[in-house]
Design a protein around this ligand. Structure first.
Ligand SMILES: Nc1nc2c(c(=O)[nH]1)N[C@H]1C(S)=C(S)[C@@H](COP(=O)(O)OP(=O)(O)OC[C@H]3O[C@@H](n4cnc5c(=O)[nH]c(N)nc54)[C@H](O)[C@@H]3O)O[C@H]1N2
Ligand SMILES: Nc1nc2c(c(=O)[nH]1)N[C@H]1C(S)=C(S)[C@@H](COP(=O)(O)OP(=O)(O)OC[C@H]3O[C@@H](n4cnc5c(=O)[nH]c(N)nc54)[C@H](O)[C@@H]3O)O[C@H]1N2
Ligand code: SF4
Ligand SMILES: [Mo]
Length: 767
């Protein structure tokens, strides 16, 4: 018997937990934590079930071609060779481009935060771009957009990472790391042992909320009101970092009353720079151009943050207020009483939260899908970012920090899609400031193009994972569109409901059967400096191959070998790693990973400014105003609203046993969570004659979904929390996405209202 122990990391979710795999006579038998790894303190049940995932009888092990019409229960899969499969796919891609242009060809990819497709994410984008397709569908608008991209309107970058090692207070907002990001949960617990405070904002008392210093329970979708209310509590008591705001934010910049236009130096002087903002010098009592580079020239020239000032411009007197005054006014609309009314959080808890924050600086925060799967997600994100901006903790020790990352080459090839082609990205015209600017499209836009040819027809979809039928709202639309596609190729591990609409099914090996590069593990300065080339623990099962292999083989057949390093993934990896000074061989020789000697510098803005148009943290965004949007954060209630028929509010959340629609076929995980659950308050249940464990149904104006009731007295009686992603039941049990319409979405980002949707619950009628 030969036993080998191999260093690696679990690639199943964003946590990328360091691990050690045990292989006995070529068979993966177990996976354990690797405590020496920066994210290796613990593993969840999904990693421990790795052998089950590899050897699952449900795995697709050969390329398969459909022989029967779509919609029939049996696709009539015919086994074909890889050569046949790749030739067929290359032919269909070429034919689509010739007939309708590259815009008719869309690519898809599963979420890199909840699958291992992160291994190949960049190469899949490179392929789409090399084909000149402007359309790539993935989950971003409901997933990472609001933490990684949208905050750029305020911070010039994503939210960064809490500096857990030295933070004073942590604010986890619609984020449950105990379920969704084990390495962050571990870091939070370590910080708490050190004495750091924890505030959790979540409609459910889930995960770390149980032991938090303060758990705030907002009504789903009301988070923007809470953020503005907390900001109000800090502003009105003067508990903000005035120096930071005056020097490094746009807080002092004057904006004209009425048209909301920021004044520029050109308003003061015909030779003034129209790109230079204007501030009110409190000492001199006059308006002046802001210094070209902060900090302000002399401490005596104190810029006003408050008040209303009449500025003598070239065109006459103009009444102006500093951005901060305007922000304060927005926040003033949210006194604790009103916030309490809208969020359901007692007013005194809002004061307590503000005190905890102000008395335990530095503050760090993390927010994820609890705030982003909403029709008002962009403004909620702006409000939370503004609240955070007040503390002056951004990129400061113990705040949210952009740790130094291992430098690797950007291989996505974004620039290969010409501006003219890029302009065709679906949804870009409607939401130019959202994900379409990166070529990422929503299911609604893609499926409309497929079904109605609006604004132009899309006929061919090539997707690397993703289970659109279960993960996107408006299941009916997804169903019709997938059926309607001229050609749909899907690279998958198992035959999902989405796969049943594929014309061509390509077998993908699991992460445990392939190499994967992780340049940086996110959760701390040390973790982020760690680079690892995860080895394959065992060879690919059957004829399954990695997504990267498929991309490179397909590229060669499409005549794109040149763009793909001669079609050789190894050469590509060498190129990708080159800026880091590492090469694949060095990494293979150090399977536990290599710690680069990267130093994290704090407050980098003092050198470089923020990556915003003004170089400062921006509470007022001219880019948003220019796009006809509100330049300041605000809170607007989501629609549709509850009514007599649907008086309850439906939200959804994740569970430790599964990622999205995956893993239900793995017996050890299924035993822990055998059936789909819906959480409801005992009073809500009792009023409807529902007992714990009963099968009930949740209905919305879109449809119905059966699930088992789980009573939870910590929930609001008005809130229902469902699971999604179950596809093992014929009547759609546990598939919450059939309950959401997909037509209620955020006007900036296109994110769907998946967390505050009017619903009703009832006992399941007898069959
Ligand atoms: N086990 C597991 N881990 C995962 C994944 C998975 O599917 N399973 N998926 C991965 C991916 S792709 C992602 S994006 C992350 C997501 O990670 P998280 O965002 O942490 O995941 P969720 O549990 O969906 O949502 C977090 C919390 O938001 C709360 N919530 C619901 N509605 C609201 C609301 O209106 N306001 C507020 N403030 N909170 C609300 C829920 O109760 C939940 O506890 O997890 C990643 N990790
Ligand atoms: N109602 C509701 N809906 C949601 C959410 C919610 O909270 N509530 N969360 C949303 C979020 S945050 C996200 S990210 C999306 C996720 O949406 P999807 O990305 O569609 O995620 P899954 O449904 O898990 O489907 C992923 C598929 O990819 C396959 N797969 C796994 N690993 C690989 C791999 O390495 N290569 C390939 N080719 N395939 C692989 C899996 O077998 C699985 O079938 O769902 C969203 N949908
Ligand atoms: S949290 Fe679980 S699934 Fe995610 S990387 Fe860690 S062990 Fe894997
Ligand atoms: Mo996600």
């Amino acid at each position: 018997m030969t036993t080998t122990r191999l260093h690696g990391y679990c690639a199943l979710c964003i946590s990328r937990c360091g691990c050690i795999g045990t292989v006995v006579d070529g068979v993966l038998t177990r996976v354990d934590p690797d405590p020496a790894h920066p994210t290796g303190q613990a593993l969840c049940v999904k990693a421990k079930a790795a052998p089950e995932a590899v050897y699952a009888p449900e795995r697709i092990l050969h390329p398969l071609r459909r022989t029967r019409p779509k919609g029939e229960a049996d696709p009539g899969w015919q086994r074909i060779s890889w050569d046949e499969a790749l030739d067929l796919l290359a032919d269909r891609i070429r034919a689509t481009i010739v007939r309708l242009g590259p815009r008719a060809l869309a690519f898809g990819v599963a979420t890199p935060s909840g699958t291992a497709v992160a291994d190949s994410f960049a190469w899949i984008h490179r392929l789409a771009h090399a084909c000149h397709s402007p359309n790539l569908i993935f989950a971003t608008e409901n997933c990472n957009w609001h933490k990684d991209y949208a905050p750029a309107y305020t911070f010039g970058a994503g939210i960064g990472m809490p500096d857990y090692a030295s933070t004073g207070c942590m604010l986890l907002w619609g984020f449950n790391p105990a379920t969704s990001w084990l390495a962050q949960a571990t870091a939070v617990q370590q910080a708490r042992k050190r004495g750091a405070k924890l505030i959790v904002v979540d409609p459910r008392r889930a995960g770390l909320a149980v032991s938090a210093d303060l758990w705030l329970r907002p009504h789903p979708g009301s988070d923007g009101a809470l953020a503005l209310g907390l900001a109000h509590a800090l502003i009105e008591t003067g508990r903000y970092d005035r120096d930071f705001l005056a020097q490094w934010s746009d807080a002092p910049f004057l904006v004209a009353d009425g048209n909301e236009r920021p004044l520029t130096a050109a308003d003061l002087d015909p030779d003034g720079d129209p790109g230079r903002p204007v501030l009110w010098n409190e000492t001199l009592g006059t308006a002046q151009a802001a210094p070209r580079r902060p900090p302000n020239a002399s401490p005596k020239e104190r810029p006003a943050l408050r008040g209303c000032h009449t500025v003598a411009t070239r065109h006459g007197p103009v009444r102006c207020r500093p951005v901060f005054e305007r922000l304060a006014e927005r926040c003033r609309a949210w006194p604790a009483d009103r916030v309490a009314e809208v969020t359901g959080i007692p007013a005194d808890q809002i004061g307590q939260a503000a005190d905890l924050i102000a008395e335990n600086l530095p503050l760090s925060f993390f927010t994820w899908t609890g705030t982003c799967q909403h029709g008002n997600a962009s403004q909620t994100g702006r409000a939370i970012a503004a609240l955070y901006g007040l503390t002056g903790c951004l990129d400061a020790p113990g705040g949210n920090v952009w740790f130094s990352k291992p430098p690797v080459a950007d291989v996505m090839g974004f620039a290969w899609v010409t501006p003219k082609e890029r302009a065709l990205t679906l949804g870009l015209a409607e939401r130019p400031e959202g994900p379409p600017q990166k070529g990422w499209i929503t299911s609604r836009d893609l499926f409309r193009a497929v079904l109605a040819g609006e604004p132009y027809p899309v006929s061919c979809l090539v997707s690397f994972g993703s289970n659109f039928l279960l993960s996107k709202p408006n299941t009916r639309l997804s169903d019709e569109a997938l059926r309607q596609l001229d050609f749909f190729a899907l690279a998958e591990l198992v035959e999902t409901p989405t796969a049943r609409y594929a014309d061509l099914l390509l077998p993908v090996c699991s992460a445990w059967e392939r190499e994967g590069l992780q340049p940086g593990f996110l959760v701390s300065a040390a973790a982020e400096a760690h680079v690892q080339l995860r080895p394959a623990f065992v060879p690919p099962q059957g004829e399954s191959r990695s997504d990267t292999w498929i991309v490179f083989e397909l590229a060669k057949r499409l005549g794109l070998a040149e763009q793909f390093f001669g079609g050789d993934p190894e050469t590509a990896l060498v190129q990708m790693l080159a800026p880091s000074g590492l090469d694949p061989e060095a990494l293979r020789a150090a399977p536990g990973g290599i710690a680069l000697g990267l130093e994290t510098h704090y407050r980098k803005y003092r050198q470089d400014g923020f990556a915003t148009p003004s170089g400062r943290l921006e509470f007022h965004s001219e880019r948003l105003r220019g796009a006809g949007l509100d330049p300041l954060p605000d809170h607007l209630a989501e629609t549709p609203a509850t009514d007599v028929h649907f008086p309850l509010t439906l939200t959804t959340a994740k569970w430790p046993q599964y990622c999205h629609s995956q893993q239900r076929h793995q017996p050890s995980l299924r035993r822990r969570m055998p059936e789909p659950l819906v959480e409801i308050h005992p009073d809500t249940a009792a009023a409807r004659g529902i007992a714990d464990g009963d099968w009930i149904e949740v209905t919305t104006r879109m449809g119905r979904m059966p699930a088992r009731a789980r009573l939870d007295r910590h929930l609001s009686p008005l809130v229902v929390c469902a699971q999604y992603g179950w596809w093992q039941y014929p009547d759609g049990a546990g598939d919450a996405n059939r309950l959401f319409d997909g037509e209620c979405f955020d006007p900036v980002a296109g994110s769907n209202c998946l967390r505050a949707y009017p619903c009703q619950v009832a006992p399941l009628p007898p069959a």
